[in-house]
Design a protein around this ligand. Sequence first.
Ligand code: GRF
Length: 211
Amino acid sequence: MSENKPIRVVAFASGGGSNVRAIYNNIVEGKLNALLAGVISNNSSCGALEHARHNDIPAFHISRKQFQTETAYEQKLLDVLQSLHTELIVLAGYMKMMPESIVRAYKNKMLNIHPALLPSFGGRGLYGHFVHQAVLDYGCKVSGVTVHLVDAEYDTGAPILQRCVPIKDDDTPETLAARVLEEEHKIYSDAIQLFAESRVKIDRRKVTILK
Ligand code: GRF
């Protein structure tokens, strides 16, 4: 583990939050030099928020529906992110499109995790179960995980890390999802650790991991 100050990470999630929990556990176990500065969700009852509240991590329910205008909503997101001194945003099963103003404000400082090897099996409508179903329907022999930078489109930012996950002959979308999720729980922390160690050099789409 490096001697550097922990990187301040804010997670956005909408669902079960197993990736948020894995990141938190890796921090607690000393495997990741980060601080989970906050968790933000559009879904007040999601597992990720519950986990945050349970562990004294600042938890925020912020949904577009709470605001009269898009501007007010985006300003709220920015204010909260700034108040948490956010250095890196991680989207972990966040089901809303991140507003462009936030993507711009955190350019090259916002990551997403996708449960397949992009650019295959990504884009609008390809999330959760649909990804694994599409991978199996295609007859792929391997799937994987991609951690990538977030830009203004779905799943199109430059990859930071990608890892393969084998497919078995008798896989269902559920069994494949479970194997992929196991890898997600490792790779996301590994990617965050690279940022914590300032080892990610980004030149447009070219991402180099420094030794
Ligand atoms: C993960 O499969 C992730 O790749 C995708 O959404 C799922 C979130 O799972 N973007 P969880 O809420 O972290 O358990």
